[in-house]
Ligand binder design. Structure first.
Ligand SMILES: [Zn+2]
Length: 275
């Protein structure tokens, strides 16, 4: 795994984390947003990208536009799904018409079309972006512990193979900011589920201070899926930053509760060289 493969960029006042290997692919644009760079509001001008009760819809909409513009995807259609902690993968076949993010329940989105900005919303759950530079297919994945148990990342790669003939060995995979083992305390019932699904892989360790509490390594569960799906370890890039212990740059639901905003991981081709 490459952990020094990201750079914090800023364009049009919007900071975002960018994976250097993805930047080498022509016409590909992507980024992992932070909490900074939003339109003015009563709450610190944060770049909240989720339609939450405490924020104004028009401000969220403006924030989304700002992020797409910063990523050079201003003319692309933003495509989101209603995230439900599943292993459902939604394929976007065309980019006509308005997109309604509440209509489709899924936790991963895949497309082979240009001018579509795939995005997942996160605040602790792991955001994963995938690019196939050969077939010009992209994917965005939202993987909290429930989706991870259901192997949503592995399912996404299988879908890319089935629907677009992507060779897993060609895929580049970037994992962004999410809650890491340092902060992800879980109860014994979650440990049991992970031990069943990922037997013998040592994803949890007991808390030293609190009986019946454990710390879960969600990222390691993603690594296992990438390996099982046939992705080359050298093509996997990890930002390796914990949202929960870095609330200056990031939103964290665990650290901030319902007052937390939402960040986005976004990816899309502005045009495909093959076409
Ligand atoms: Zn942490």
């Amino acid at each position: 795994m490459n952990t020094d493969a990201f750079v914090l960029r800023e364009f049009k006042g919007i900071p975002y984390y960018s994976c250097k290997a993805f930047e080498m692919i022509p016409h590909l644009h992507h980024g992992f947003s932070t909490r900074h760079g939003g339109a003015p509001d009563p709450k610190e001008s944060s770049l909240n990208l989720g339609y939450l009760s405490w924020d104004l819809p028009r401000r969220v909409s403006e924030n989304r536009k700002r992020l797409l513009s910063a990523l050079h995807l201003e003319s692309a259609q933003l495509a989101l799904v209603h995230q439900v902690h599943s292993n459902q993968v939604h394929i976007i076949e065309d980019n006509a018409g308005e997109w309604n993010e509440t209509e489709t329940e899924a936790d991963a989105i895949v497309t082979g079309k240009e001018n579509i900005a795939l995005a997942v919303k996160v605040a602790d759950c792991m955001p994963v972006l995938i690019a196939d530079p050969v077939k010009h297919v992209v994917a965005a994945v939202h993987s909290g512990w429930r989706g991870t148990i259901k192997r949503v990342l592995h399912e996404t790669i299988d879908t890319m193979h089935r629907a677009f003939c992507c060779d897993p060995a060609d895929l580049l995979v970037a994992t962004g900011p999410g809650i890491r083992q340092c902060c992800f305390e879980v109860g014994p019932e979650v440990v049991t589920l992970f031990e069943k699904e990922f037997a013998g892989t040592g994803l949890t360790k007991p808390s030293l201070g609190t009986p019946e509490k454990y710390y879960l390594d969600l990222y390691k569960a993603l690594q296992i899926q990438l390996h099982d799906a046939g992705v080359t370890a050298d093509n996997c890039y990890d930002l390796d930053m914990c949202t929960c212990c870095n609330t200056e740059p990031f939103f964290s639901y665990r650290a901030e509760g319902s007052a937390s905003g939402r960040m986005m991981a976004v990816i899309g081709f502005s045009c495909c060289p093959n076409h």
